[in-house]
Design a binder for this molecule. Sequence first.
Ligand code: NAD
Ligand code: TDX
Length: 348
Amino acid sequence: MKNILVTGGCGFIGSNFILYMLEKHKDIKIVNLDKLTYAGNPANLIEIEDNDNYFFVRGDICNEKVILDIFENHNVNTVVHFAAESHVDRSILGPEEFIRTNVFGTFCLLEVCRKFWKDVSDKKFLHVSTDEVYGSLGETGLFTENTSYDPSSPYSASKASSDHIVRSYNRTFGLPINITNCSNNYGPYQFPEKLIPLVIDRIIDKKEIPVYGKGDNVRDWLFVKDHCKAIETVLVNASDGETYNVGGNNEITNIDIVRTLCDLVDEFTKSNNSQNLIKFVKDRPGHDKRYAIDASKIKNELDWSPEYNFKTGIRETVLWYINNRKWVENIKTGDYLKYFEDQYNERL
Ligand code: NAD
Ligand code: TDX
């Protein structure tokens, strides 16, 4: 029986992961440790919150005592670590929380694992990370697991630091770890500060859509459920110490994404001309030009590949946001409006 501590399980990917795992595996227990920052939303998990094998603890990964209590109470032998400050633009407005949670918080979790797991066998720490640690690509090439780290933003630098610390606990203390570095995710429950949910929301509200620079930056998009499946695969099948890049082989420019979203919302809501809302605005400082993942290692070694193609995944996502207006409206209150003003007031 796996007793899994999921950190950050009320966020976008964490919620999707918990729903996916509890549906698929009846013999696991999941404890979700989440601080419930602006990005954490327990409502995402309402359908499983009464399950006998699901427990929620509100707490901070920077607090070793809270983590240790969970390990003792639930005999944790597996950690899947999602908790993080995750938005690049917020890390430019204020980096401190990124260093605290992403670097120091990861260290606290590792320390508890190191101490608590001395006499425990069959244990694993899976660190969920990002392709942004590799920095930016030019017109050609792909990130492999051997690409040098070269992060551009305080967010990606904090994730790079956490990756290094996780790896050091494997080499120095023999802690069984895996790291996954994934490309941009999209799908249900993504906070409407990230490009795709933000744009869908702006189109529905018929408000201007901010596209940074010329809109020619490229991201490699992966449907969140395929990311969850990749994490499950690594958890079950990967050898200790291994790192895997995860991506959708699905490079798209931002402007093409935005135009696709305009057309889909127009189709589903029987409106038209949403593309007229597009506004090119001041660029993000240090904006990485292109991300693209070589996922051949996880494909060849662990037999993982994405099940969703972009056309299906993005339609499902747009429909989810149209059908869950209340979920978005509940978020667009005080804190969110303040962030939106700080980030976009000069731009729009
Ligand atoms: P998110 O911002 O939606 O969720 C983060 C969650 O962590 C929230 O529930 C928040 O309350 C919680 N949290 C934050 N600080 C905490 C703390 N100190 N203690 C406990 N909980 C805390 O993020 P996401 O998009 O779901 O990303 C999850 C992880 O996946 C992150 O580590 C991120 O770096 C990584 N990742 C994300 C993407 C992506 O496209 N979103 C891609 C690759 C990797
Ligand atoms: O208003 C916007 N306008 C715009 O042009 C926003 C919010 C974004 N963009 C651009 C910036 C990026 O080139 O869209 C692209 C995607 O932006 P984000 O959704 O903020 O994602 P990104 O910066 O690529 O980082 C994401 O992928 C890797 C996640 O936020 C990270 O958590 C993950 O690690």
